[in-house]
Ligand binder design. Structure first.
Ligand code: ST9
Ligand code: ZN
Ligand code: ZN
Length: 341
């Protein structure tokens, strides 16, 4: 075609081809204006997000300092409570309930989880679950939003600082989200997200310490809001970064996701990531049901007793054993204490 740089264009090259970022992009050519190789990828940094995340992290460090220097104990307890509640909105809500459907929730539980989820501000449930379904289906390829093959920084936070890879948008069209489109709680949160999120993530968390126990606005903002929010984000991101790099692989040694107790502790039970990638439908997101660093499983079990959580899905020991024998890295018995063949 006229005008196409001959060195780049090839008549036969109509297949999606992924060229590593930074190479073979001609001068003046971008993902948008390159009609001939629509799949070619060039990283585009979103500077607005960079600025916001830099502010967030500096403010969080200051909040961590104020926590010890001048904040009231009640404010720190409030911050921890918000971390746990918002964390459960991600783990028990967006992750195990909505993204994986590993159990079912009655309306009151779904409303609680939606509120908790909004406190966490990790995008609305629909967007979170869509990205997460892509993460499992196309794990560690360009269609995985936080592809861990691109390194620790990218899978941790870098993926939120640049435009998505075109393969995410392309292959993402095939992801079935109709179940969430039918859930009025998810649709309600999505519709009013720009109103609900600022109120639940920023406004109420900052006002409560000021009006209930006379905290200063500054301590309240930096400790209960900036520090708590940033801390929760980082705990979540560690699942994508650290738990995709470090730890044992007792269930499948051919994949990167690993069993990482440090991450499990910070992420309310979501660090048993080798198991989770092998058996994503298990509501425990781990093999053991005894709450080993797994607050989220305790939470779901509690609501199952109440009757608001039901149809909890899990995996038989026999199936796990077979998989451990076939693809495990041999660390299973040492971790879990049962004899492997
Ligand atoms: C945050 C999320 O932090 C963290 C998620 C972590 C996940 C962890 C998973 C690990 C397991 C669970 C562990 C939990 C542990 C919890 C512990 C708790 C203590 N499929 O996005 P756009 C299409 S958020 C299909 O704008 P850009 C779609 O058509 C932090 N299609 O792309 C879409 O349009 P629409 C706060 C997809 O322009 C269109 O593309 N939030 C998919 O490239 C455009 O999408 C932020 O900071 C898909 N997956 O921008 C916001 N994706 O939506 C950050 C896209 O209308 N995000 N499409 O249908 C952004 O600013 C932008 O998304 C961007 C990309 C700049 C990153
Ligand atoms: Zn993962
Ligand atoms: Zn998952």
């Amino acid at each position: 075609p006229v005008g196409a740089p001959s060195v780049l264009f090839n008549e036969d090259d109509t297949e999606p081809s992924v060229v590593d970022e930074g190479n073979q992009i001609a001068e003046g050519e971008t993902v948008e204006n390159n009609k001939y190789k629509p799949y070619r990828y060039q990283r585009q940094i979103v500077w607005r997000n960079v600025a916001l995340f830099v502010y967030l992290h500096i403010a969080a460090l200051y909040g961590a300092y104020l926590m010890f220097a001048s904040a009231k104990v009640a404010t720190s307890i409030w911050a921890i409570l918000l971390y746990q509640m918002s964390g459960l909105g991600i783990t028990a809500g967006a992750h195990r309930l909505w993204a994986h459907r590993s159990y079912k929730g009655k309306l009151p539980l779904r409303i609680i989880l939606m509120i908790f989820n909004t406190i966490a501000f990790e995008n609305h449930i629909y967007e979170w679950a869509r990205d997460h379904r892509m993460h499992h289906k196309y794990s560690e390829t360009n269609a995985d939003p936080h592809n861990a093959k691109r390194g620790f920084f990218f899978s941790h936070v870098g993926w939120l600082l640049c435009r998505k890879h075109p393969e995410i948008k392309e292959k993402g069209r095939g992801i079935d989200m109709s179940d969430l489109e039918r859930d009025p709680v998810v649709v309600f949160q999505m519709t009013y997200y720009l109103l609900l999120m600022p109120v639940l993530c920023f406004l109420i968390p900052t006002c409560v310490p000021v009006f209930l126990w006379g905290e200063t606005w500054s301590n309240s903002w930096f400790v209960a809001t900036m520090f708590r929010y940033t801390f929760t984000l980082n705990m979540t991101w560690l699942v994508n970064s650290a738990a995709h790099m470090w730890g044992d692989r007792p269930y499948d040694k051919f994949i990167n996701p690993s069993e990482n107790i440090g991450v499990a502790l910070g992420a309310l039970g979501e660090g048993w990531h080798n198991y989770h990638h092998v058996f994503p439908w298990d509501y425990k997101a781990a093999e053991l049901g005894n709450y080993r660093a797994n607050l989220t499983t305790g939470f779901i079990d509690f609501f199952s007793k109440v009757g608001w959580a039901y149809d909890l899905k899990t995996v038989s020991t026999d199936m796990i054993r077979k998989r451990v024998d076939r693809t495990g890295d041999g660390t299973h018995s040492s971790i879990w204490g049962w004899e492997d063949k």
